[in-house]
Design a protein around this ligand. Structure first.
Ligand code: URA
Length: 429
């Protein structure tokens, strides 16, 4: 095969064969296709799309580029077989749901092998959040992961380098060539990792709104359907929820402050939107794994999920009782007038948290554990002029000005009686 031919086929809206796709992914992984060629092909795919068969072949080729994990032999310490169920969010602002969710699902005997990533840009990363817990380690060997799943039931750790290496290389390239926002490329990227991970069931939380990749419900629905089809074709019991990401989830966007909020949820409290989504996703993950009679809301209230959380954190070297890092400096933003808060824009808050030091601009950057944005009101709340709206947190106060700039226009206060916040769970596929 010839890379230039393949690029030209996609440029001219042609269809690639399974053999062409398999060769392309393998040749790129081995350095035979150059970055500039792959970048051109990605842009042609972003502009002209791939059909269902091409997306499926592209996904298979990325899975084949690395190892596949297998949890079919997973047993409890007493020897009983364990079902596995995982969740993937397409990424949002204040999206700490994985933290309470993984231990909550494990309460009901379903193992949760949650391979997570670090944040890039305005969306936070689950591993960055957990690393604010003193002693906690993200890197586990496959054996340690299996042992923890058997003994604790839940693990949140970094995906090893062996899982879909083609996607690692490709995603880094897409990130710097303006080719992330393609449904075909996002669906194959996410699903290649989840299928290679070997989970039996999968629930996708596809975000819609300013803080998400997909800004419209129609685009999000197409992405969700594409991923559900890929999962089912690979024998993974997959469902997707479309959920709102026009405003941040919960009242925190950062690292340690999101861990703290997750612990509040595990203690039976916490913001209602975080609780609602955690419980809904837990129900979906459990049903997909064959457990139909669970009451996840009760397991948050009575401390069972908290018990698993503590054991999960300890198993990875963390101290669940430790005091979390706190940012050195803070600045508060106040409401300019009386009324109802009708808008608090997710993307703006995400960018502010990122500029304050909670996120990274380049893969090598180190994040600040204490940095972020603490919100005091969410859409729907009645506010009075002078009420605190948000507190900005950072160790690098020279960043306050740029964070404030990101938040200009992020807040809209309307006269009382104006339309209230959006529905959190938009659809199920
Ligand atoms: N997350 C991924 O893992 N891949 C994408 O392409 C986009 C989001």
């Amino acid at each position: 095969f010839d890379a230039v031919d393949i690029i030209a086929t996609k440029r001219d809206r042609g269809t690639l064969s399974a053999a062409q796709i398999a060769w392309t992914i393998d040749a790129y992984t081995r350095g035979i296709i150059a970055d500039e060629q792959m970048a051109a092909l990605n842009m042609a795919i972003l502009l002209n799309g791939m059909d269902r068969a091409e997306i499926s072949q592209w996904t298979t080729a990325m899975i084949t580029s690395g190892e596949r994990m297998d949890f079919s032999t997973l047993r409890t310490p007493a020897g009983a077989p364990m079902a596995t169920s995982d969740k993937h969010s397409t990424g949002g602002v204040g999206d700490k749901i994985t933290l309470p969710l993984a231990p909550l699902v494990a309460v009901f005997g379903v193992a949760v092998p949650q391979l997570s990533g670090r944040g890039l840009g305005h969306t936070g990363g689950t591993l960055d959040k957990l690393e604010s817990i003193p002693g906690w380690r993200a890197d586990l060997s496959n054996e340690a992961m299996m042992r923890q799943l058997s003994e604790v039931g839940a693990v949140i750790c970094a995906a090893g380098a062996g899982l879909a290496p083609a996607d690692k290389k490709l995603y880094a390239l897409r990130d710097v060539t303006g080719t992330v926002e393609s449904i075909a490329l996002i669906a194959s990227s996410i699903m290649s990792k989840k299928i290679a991970e070997g989970t039996g069931a999968l629930v996708l939380d596809v975000k819609v709104g300013s803080g998400a990749f997909m800004k419209s419900v129609d685009m999000a629905r197409e992405l969700a359907q594409t991923m559900v089809d890929l999962g089912k074709d690979a024998g993974v019991n997959t469902v997707a929820l479309l959920t709102d990401m026009s405003t941040p989830l919960g009242l925190t966007a950062g690292n340690a402050i999101e861990v703290q909020e997750s612990v509040e949820v595990l203690a039976g409290g916490g913001p209602s939107d975080v609780v609602e989504l955690t419980v809904k996703l837990a129900q979906e993950m459990l049903v997909c794994a064959g457990v139909h009679d669970a009451d996840p809301a009760a397991a948050l209230k009575d401390g069972r999920a908290m018990d698993v959380w503590r054991r999960m954190i300890r198993a990875q070297g963390g101290d669940p009782e430790a005091t979390l890092p706190v940012a050195r400096e803070s600045e508060t933003i106040y409401a300019a007038k009386d009324g109802v808060l009708v808008e608090l824009d997710a993307l703006s808050v995400g960018i502010a948290a990122w500029r304050l030091g909670a996120g990274r601009a380049r893969k090598e950057d180190v994040v600040q554990a204490g940095a972020g944005v603490r919100m005091h009101a969410k859409p729907g709340a009645v506010v009075r002029a002078g009420d605190p709206l948000m507190t900005l947190l950072t160790d690098t106060p020279e960043q306050f000005e740029r964070a404030r700039e990101a938040l200009e226009g992020a807040v809209r206060i309307a006269p009382q009686g104006s339309a209230q916040g959006k529905k959190l769970i938009i659809d199920r596929i």
